[in-house]
Write a protein that binds this ligand. Structure first.
Ligand code: GDP
Ligand code: IMO
Ligand code: MG
Length: 429
């Protein structure tokens, strides 16, 4: 039995979906432990693209169990839609293959309303995905949230009515329209239908994972978002509302630290970010545009163009430290082909001082000017490479430089979006 956590080492969209799909080959159970449908994880198998927002990225492997843990916030409508579209493709026929924690908090319509109203009416914008993630986690921590198991109860309409009454006060205070009685009744009817349809999936996932662990199964924990979107460790307040670092897998799935043996950090060969917030190596020029176009850097959830920039070793070192990563996955190396030389941030300058540690104060990150070291570029088609030796020498040197700078073992180098377009060095399980 082994437990492996896979997390994003940057600001999300590192290619975790593809990596989890690959690592599932040797896993028995794949678990999401935080975030919600703010995530968009893309898998490309035999030319067919699948974008998953809530269902774990192991789902394309028949016979593996997928778990949505207690730490996830679940939009029942989105989950149902995702299940139905997978079923329409002949997947997930057996409801036992997808287990959803009864303790996972529910994202209600009102959470989405509040999320969007804040982005529209309040002066400071985070650039959220508008999926209600923050407000749902706020209710959870404030001890007034509703959980998946509550949806199955006879008193669900009363629980919902009670919640909406206090939310309306908040919405009107912001200048946003409140929820009408008719809307509330429609919401009750709709969520009742969702509850019926999801009933067979809702279970005690802590027990399920414990059974799997005792039976010697391999468990893969799938992180969403990325290290610098972590609510504690990220560029606060320009973050998401959950802990995204590897340690969050324990509380968010209900396992102890002894259930985890390895941690995989996933990084692009360059950097991207969606939404607001500081990004020291961001490129505002034609090169940024080129990375966005060549890398198809548009959000898998909202379609927003991603901000693009050079690789940032200062940030990555911090990410490896925060998650205790011992394995590195580099994705999208192919996108850097034809560009050269390649600047890589090795330090920042903050108010004239050189710093090599990622600042804890977001104001300092905002003022940080990257100090670059140039790495020789490389050319040619990389997508066919299956061994490091098949890469152009400078491309190989680039990924080996990343692993050595970060002090972690290189586990995988991805050279294309498709399953199979990678160099597998260490399957981690
Ligand atoms: P995630 O949120 O971390 O799962 O990443 P996303 O799916 O949001 O974004 C990563 C994008 O890059 C997706 O469109 C993937 O299909 C694509 N991708 C992943 N690895 C590679 C790669 O090595 N090369 C290329 N060209 N695309 C990749
Ligand atoms: P995956 O799992 C990239 C960003 C949003 C915004 C901030 C807060 O696909 O890597 P939220 O809706 O969570 O309150 O938004 O976090 N964000 C992501 N950026 N990838 C993601 O997920 C993200 N999930 C949230 O753009 O800046
Ligand atoms: Mg994504």
């Amino acid at each position: 039995m082994a437990g492996v956590v896979c997390v994003g080492a940057q600001w999300g969209d590192e290619g975790k979906g593809k990596v989890v799909d690959l690592l599932t080959e040797r896993a028995d159970v794949v678990v999401r432990f935080q975030g919600g449908n703010n995530a968009g994880h893309t898998l490309v198998v035999a030319g067919v693209q699948t974008v998953l927002h809530l269902v774990p990225s192991g789902v394309l492997h028949e016979g593996k169990t997928c778990v949505i843990g207690n730490g996830v916030v679940v939009d029942p409508e989105v989950l149902l839609h995702e299940i139905e579209s997978l079923q329409a493709r002949g997947l997930l026929k057996d409801p036992r293959r997808l287990a959803v924690s009864g303790q996972a908090h529910v994202i209600l319509d009102v959470h989405k309303r509040i999320d969007r109203a804040r982005e529209q009416y309040l002066p400071r914008k985070i650039g959220t995905t508008g999926r209600g993630i923050g407000p749902a986690y706020e209710d959870k921590v404030a001890r007034r949230g509703l959980r998946m198991q509550d949806m199955l109860k006879a008193q669900w309409p009363d629980l919902l009515r009670e919640r909406i009454a206090s939310v309306n006060t908040y919405l009107t205070g912001m200048g946003a329209p409140s929820i009408t009685g008719a809307e509330l009744e429609e919401m009750i009817a709709r969520t009742r239908r969702h509850a019926q349809a999801l009933r067979d999936h809702v279970t005690d996932t802590v027990f399920l994972l414990d059974q799997a662990r005792r039976a010697g199964k391999n468990i893969l924990f799938e992180g969403a978002q990325g290290t610098f979107l972590d609510v504690d460790h990220g560029t606060y307040p320009y973050v998401t509302s959950s802990n995204t670092v590897a340690g969050a897998a324990c509380a968010g799935a209900g396992v102890g630290p002894t259930a985890i043996q390895r941690v995989v950090a996933v990084s692009k060969a360059y950097t991207t970010r969606v939404g607001e917030g500081p990004f020291p190596t961001e490129l505002h020029d034609a090169m940024g545009q080129r990375l966005r176009e060549t890398g198809a850097e548009f959000g898998a959830t909202t379609g927003r163009p991603r901000r693009c920039g050079w690789l940032d070793l200062v940030a990555l070192r911090r990410a490896v430290c925060l998650s205790g990563a011992d394995a590195l996955v580099v994705t999208k190396l192919d996108i850097l082909s034809g560009i050269g030389p390649l600047p890589v941030a090795v330090a920042y300058e903050v108010d004239g001082k050189r710093v090599t540690e990622f600042p804890t104060d977001t104001d300092d990150v905002t003022r940080a000017r990257p100090v670059y070291r140039e790495h020789p570029g490389f050319d040619g088609e990389l997508r066919g490479a299956r061994t490091l030796a098949e890469l152009p020498p400078n491309a190989r040197a680039y990924v080996e430089m990343m692993a050595s700078e970060l002090g972690v073992k290189l586990a995988l180098v991805s050279v294309g979006a498709g399953r199979g377009e990678e160099i597998m060095l260490d399957p981690v399980f």
